[in-house]
Design a protein around this ligand. Structure first.
Ligand SMILES: Cc1cc2nc3c(=O)[nH]c(=O)nc-3n(C[C@H](O)[C@H](O)[C@H](O)COP(=O)(O)OP(=O)(O)OC[C@H]3O[C@@H](n4cnc5c(N)ncnc54)[C@H](O)[C@@H]3O)c2cc1C
Length: 619
């Protein structure tokens, strides 16, 4: 058993910033990560970090753009915190040694990004995330923060009171990927989840194979509500054959989108008469797919992104990485030809419900970064707003867990914030998982799902009990000799989600997806791991991850089916309008007693000095 005051699960931008903050506050903190910190997916971030740094810009304008981009589903207190604190956090990164791109006069360069009214995206070439991760890791090493890398956290250790808001998170269980040991981690001051996005729910994604939404799935099973899961961002410029991202920075620098008729369709077909290619991502993705569906795409599959007119010198200076990505992954040299691009899954706006201090409904459990929903992005994230979220809300979660007095949160969490229950007809009963054979009442997710019958236990005891349940689950998976391979189930699930829970959504499609997910769930009850070894058993890790993908796919689809309006990234064929009278509310999904419960809580539109009145969103 290991013990640290604070355990941070995940060592990407959010996790490392949380750990540094906890250390700043004097805590003994450890990072536990399935990847080495600098292999985290933050390293793939290309375009930049938004911060109102220059004369002529202001945090208020950044906040306005963000609220508009969210289609009035973001919470003002969180958005304002993001925009007020971003300049200081970006300057702190610079002081820590991050190699930002610079103008001739020495100031950090800033470029335009979609949906922003000012060029406020600070960047380091087209490798911003890589530099951010390395800068942060240097701080982690310098401060002597303990790092357990290649440790896979399989379960949270949470007490089992009936009501989630009465539960306590005492630590977690992690599997040592190098040798197969399962060990408990006790964290008296708190566990911060910073496990990144769930992109692997889809088969065409910009996200890494490791992005399997483990944190939200574990929190959900422990009774913590998930928020706004239906809002998935599809980035308009991904390479068709792999999903590799071509940064919005290309359009920020002046890149142009063309259809097969040579039209600059964002303007010529009237999708965004003012901002064209730099409209918000949801708008550009829908425009591209509309062109493709109407026969004006190339090979019925993609459109062209052309940056040749920017000139080799400027491209090499600011976007060099893009030349390599397009050449290596698509065989197209963008200095000579336009790049083929199409929309691909990129980001989850929803996640673990937390307040501005990173706290969830379960005491001692925090979350930050893409796995959390605070919510600054509402129904659509603006490019360049995720990286500031990591460092600002990562730091706040770390400080709070380590005991710093924080201002009382204005955003309420937990079932107490409910304003109404959802009324939803589903084609299948969601959420049930058949018990594993021969394991009594231990559920297939590992047996620590809170299910009533509270016992008074100390922290070490809660963690010990969770370790035993995980031991049983892993042994079962390794000893089972035949069944269905997880790769088959994962691929079926990803295809179902890409087919029916994509940019364009219909009621029948969403219902079909739920049926497909249910079938995949059933197949999972017979899953087996073909590699019985305990050393670097990636088959076992992927099998546990696929369980998490199933839960999140269902949460995304159920939440999407329930939201009968078109807002931000959530387009519904049957409901073509944003319905502010009924739908300015967050979708909440909570799994308690083995049943998902869908309810709503209010969006906070009141900021520090003003209320953000919903307006028509055009670009
Ligand atoms: C290709 C790409 C480009 C992007 N570009 C930009 C950009 O330019 N600007 C911007 O603002 N945003 C950008 N984004 C979004 C942004 O980069 C991500 O949202 C953000 O980096 C996520 O950071 P994170 O710290 O939350 O998670 P990650 O960086 O993904 O880190 C997750 C960590 O959790 C660990 N982990 C996960 N599960 C477990 C487990 N079960 N046990 C132990 N450890 C676990 C992993 O090892 C990893 O260390 C981009 C996203 C992508 C995909």
């Amino acid at each position: 058993m290991h013990e640290h005051d604070v355990i941070v699960v995940g060592a990407g931008g959010a996790g490392m910033r949380a750990a540094i903050a906890a250390e700043e506050e004097g805590a003994d903190v450890a990072l536990v990560s399935k990847l080495h910190p600098v292999r985290s997916h933050t390293g793939a971030a290309e375009g930049g970090i938004n911060a109102a740094l220059r004369e002529g810009d202001s945090w208020e304008d950044h906040a306005y753009d963000t609220m508009k981009g969210s289609d009035y589903l973001g919470d003002a207190p969180a958005i304002e915190t993001l925009c007020q604190q971003s300049p200081d956090e970006v300057i702190k990164l610079e002081h820590w040694g991050m190699a930002f791109s610079r103008d001739d006069d020495g100031r950090m360069s800033q470029r335009p990004f979609g949906g922003m009214s000012f060029p406020r995206t600070t960047y380091a070439g087209a490798e911003t995330g890589h530099h951010l991760l390395h800068t942060m890791y240097q701080q982690v090493v310098k401060r002597g923060i303990t790092v357990y890398d290649e440790w896979y956290v399989t379960q949270l250790a949470v007490t089992d009171e009936d009501r989630p808001e009465e539960r306590r998170c005492d630590g977690c269980v992690a599997y040592d990927i190098q040798n197969g040991d399962l060990e408990g981690f006790v964290a008296p001051d708190g566990v911060v989840l910073a496990t990144g996005g769930p992109g692997q729910v889809y088969d065409h994604t910009t996200n890494a194979v490791a992005n399997t939404g483990d944190g939200p799935a574990m929190a959900y099973r422990a009774g913590v509500p998930l928020e706004d899961m239906e809002f998935i961002q599809f980035h308009p410029t991904t390479l068709p054959s792999t999903g590799v991202l071509i940064t919005e920075g290309v359009r920020g620098e002046g890149g142009i989108l063309y259809n097969s008729e040579g039209e600059r369709f964002m303007f010529e077909r009237g999708y965004a008469n003012n901002d064209g290619e730099l409209a918000s991502r949801d708008v550009v993705s829908r425009a591209e797919l509309t062109e493709i569906n109407n026969g004006r795409g190339m090979e019925d599959d993609y459109v062209h992104l052309d940056m040749r007119h920017l000139g080799e010198e400027r491209i090499t200076d600011r976007l060099e990485n893009i030349i390599h990505l397009a050449t290596d992954f698509e065989g197209v040299n963008p200095l000579e030809k336009p790049m083929p691009v199409k929309p691909g899954q990129h980001y989850a706006m929803g996640g673990i419900e937390v307040d501005e201090n990173g706290e969830s409904a379960v005491s001692g459990l925090y979350a930050a970064g893409e796995c959390a929903c605070v919510s600054v992005h509402g129904s659509n994230r603006l490019g360049g707003n995720a990286l500031p979220e990591l460092i600002i809300f990562g730091a706040r979660a770390g400080w709070h867990a380590a005991g710093r007095e924080m201002e009382t949160a204005e955003i309420e969490t937990g079932p107490g914030a409910s304003i109404e229950d959802a009324d939803l007809d589903t084609p299948v009963e969601p959420g049930e998982i058949a018990p594993r054979s021969g394991t009594g009442d231990v559920a297939a997710d590992g047996g620590t799902r809170a299910d009533g019958g509270a016992q008074v236990m100390g922290a070490a005891e809660t963690v010990e009990r969770a370790v035993e349940a995980e031991h049983e689950r892993v042994t079962h998976l390794l000893e089972k000799e035949e069944g269905v391979r997880e790769a088959t189930i994962r691929s079926r699930l990803q295809k179902a989600m890409t087919r029916n829970v994509n940019v364009f959504r219909t009621e029948d499609g969403l219902k079909q997806a739920l049926e497909d997910i249910r079938e995949a769930r059933e197949a999972y009850t017979d899953v087996y791991v073909s590699d019985p070894s305990r050393t670097f058993n990636t088959d076992l890790i992927h099998t546990i991850e696929t369980r998490n993908l199933l839960d999140l796919a269902e949460a995304i689809t159920l939440s999407g089916l329930a939201r009968t309006e078109f807002r931000g990234a959530h387009w519904r064929e049957e409901y073509q309008d944003r319905n502010d009278d009924e739908w300015i509310k967050h979708t909440m999904l909570s799994w308690n007693d083995g049943q998902p419960e869908l309810y709503y809580k209010p969006v906070v539109l009141e900021g520090e000095n003003k209320t953000y009145e919903p307006k028509e969103r055009s670009y």
